[in-house]
Design a protein around this ligand. Structure first.
Ligand SMILES: [Ca+2]
Ligand SMILES: [Ca+2]
Ligand SMILES: [Ca+2]
Ligand SMILES: [Ca+2]
Length: 501
């Protein structure tokens, strides 16, 4: 199809039709069920739908009709007071566009002034009146003097921007005022863009209003991002507070087993939209201690999530390390699943203030922990949908700039770049066919993830001494002493733990 101005305006008309499909209207023609049509009954029907009339009646006198068999007719206006003679809409959630109606005068007469005044009012639950109307605010008018047209014409007034698409209920009042002479108004076919929001079964008060500023379908009260239609909820891990990650870097040998070669606090937030789709992962990683002489990197894999799901990554600091190759979307090149290398060398994140290591020996100066905020933005393509349960956070240490030497949490799979020939060497008893990874034959791990912010052993102190119940917990594969890390009597040896100031 070749687009020209006509087709474009035609398409625009269709679109505006869709956007403003809803209208609230009155044409005076309908009577309540089981009642014959008459001036009174038809008006009663419209009142039952929450229209209101002040000194305006229905008429079927042919000289007074505009369309159909019935029209509205005003009293003789005697003042310019807009509170005397009017038609008032039900509560409406106004859309955009024009309020239109047809009108004419019953006679033309000199030395008169006639004026139509449009006002709106908001819903005021604190109002003492039973209608709960706020103050009426004038937004438009049209005056006739000295000539009063006696043939029907269509008047059109824009819905004020202050109330259009606000999501809140308003009433529109059209007042018929004037001075001099006896000429009355006839009106018909009033149409207001918007949605009927009055409840006839509740005194015509507004239906409950659910505020949803960004129209994403999640009420403002439940929406963590009330002005962002692409985001709705935060989902934190851990749900409250921070967790702790601790690594031993001499894998596949157990080394001094002090679990402080890299220590970080973490919390991540999976930001989901109104349909519970994950749009973003925001990881706050706080490097607290480096009890290592090796220069270790850190990264994580999102298990089973292919790199194509990721559109961008920010907040990493890999300092152009030669072993880090990053694709344009921020994930590591050459991986089957999304891997994010957070840093290449922990000492570049938290430099040593003196002495060996950082924050593991009370004799050395303390370095204030450093927070890194990593944001992964996921693709918005419709065939790449992730829900929060799809995200499996698989953090790992990369030992001493050797890309293949990965140290993972117990029973977490290695990335594609891990050197699997190290499995089964030293004390490692990894057995992929039994889904056993990164554990000794006694099930002791080289990495820990705890859903609480806990202290770690001082340098060269075995965690089995600092946390006396750790061995029972690990060797039972987590069956006993699930609370081994708690600060309970007999659970920690505080002389063996590094106390952060
Ligand atoms: Ca009519
Ligand atoms: Ca919302
Ligand atoms: Ca939102
Ligand atoms: Ca160690």
């Amino acid at each position: 199809m070749k687009f020209n101005k006509t087709t474009l305006s035609f398409i625009f008309l269709i679109l505006s039709g869709i956007i403003n499909a809803q209208t609230v209207s009155v044409n005076c023609e309908v009577a309540p069920p089981y009642y014959p049509r008459s001036e009174g009954n038809n008006r009663l029907y419209d009142i039952s739908n929450c229209w209101a009339f002040g000194a305006v009646t229905y008429t079927r006198v042919s000289s007074q009709l505009i369309t159909g068999n019935f029209s509205m007719r005003s009293n003789t206006p005697t003042s310019l007071d807009p509170n005397a003679c009017w038609v008032k809409s039900p509560w409406i959630k106004p859309g955009t566009g024009n309020i239109t109606f047809k009108m004419k005068f019953e006679a033309t007469s000199a030395a008169t002034l006639r004026r139509i005044i449009l006002t709106y009012c908001s819903y005021d639950p604190a109002s003492l009146s039973s209608s709960k109307e706020g103050t009426h605010i004038r937004f438009d008018s049209i005056s006739y003097a000295p000539n009063l047209p006696t043939t029907a014409q269509t008047l059109s007034f824009a819905v004020p921007a202050a109330i259009a698409n606000s999501g809140l209920p308003y009433k529109i009042r059209i007042s018929f005022v004037g001075t001099g002479g006896t000429t009355r108004y006839n009106m018909d076919d009033l149409v207001i863009p918007g949605t009927h929001w009055s409840d006839p079964s509740n005194n015509c008060l507004p239906l409950p209003v659910i505020q949803d500023a960004d129209s994403d379908g999640v009420a403002d009260a439940d929406d963590a991002y009330p002005n962002d239609a692409t985001r709705a909820y935060n989902n934190y891990y851990p749900a409250a507070g921070k967790g702790t990650l601790m690594f031993e870097d001499l894998w596949p040998t157990t080394g001094d087993y002090d679990f402080n070669d890299y220590v970080a606090s973490y919390r991540y937030n999976l930001v989901t939209n109104a349909t519970n789709r994950v749009v973003e992962m925001k990881l706050a990683l706080t490097t607290r201690a480096i009890g290592a002489s090796l220069k270790n990197g850190f990264g994580f894999q999102l298990n089973n999530i292919e790199p194509i799901y990721v559109s961008s990554v920010t907040g990493t600091q890999t300092n152009n390390a030669s072993w880090v190759s990053t694709a344009s979307n921020g994930t590591e090149e050459g991986q089957d699943y999304a891997n994010i290398i957070v840093f290449d060398d922990a000492f570049k994140i938290l430099p040593s203030p003196g002495g060996s290591g950082v924050n593991v020996d009370p004799a050395n100066p303390y370095a204030t922990p450093v927070v890194q905020n990593i944001t992964i933005t996921f693709s918005t393509l419709s065939d790449l949908i992730l829900f929060k349960d799809d995200i499996i956070f698989n953090p790992y240490l990369i030992v001493n700039q050797e890309r293949g030497r990965e140290v993972h949490l117990p029973n977490f799979v290695p990335s594609k770049k891990a050197n699997v020939s190290l499995f089964g060497t030293g004390q490692d008893a990894t057995n992929p066919s039994a889904n056993k990874y990164y554990k000794t034959k006694n099930n002791l791990p080289w990495a820990l993830q705890v859903e609480a912010e806990i202290p770690y052993p001082k340098t060269k102190i075995d965690i089995l001494q600092a946390y006396p119940n750790f061995a029972s917990w690990a060797e039972s594969s987590g069956a006993s002493f699930t609370d081994w890390y708690q600060n309970l009597s007999g659970y920690r040896d505080n002389t063996k733990i590094y106390i952060e100031p």
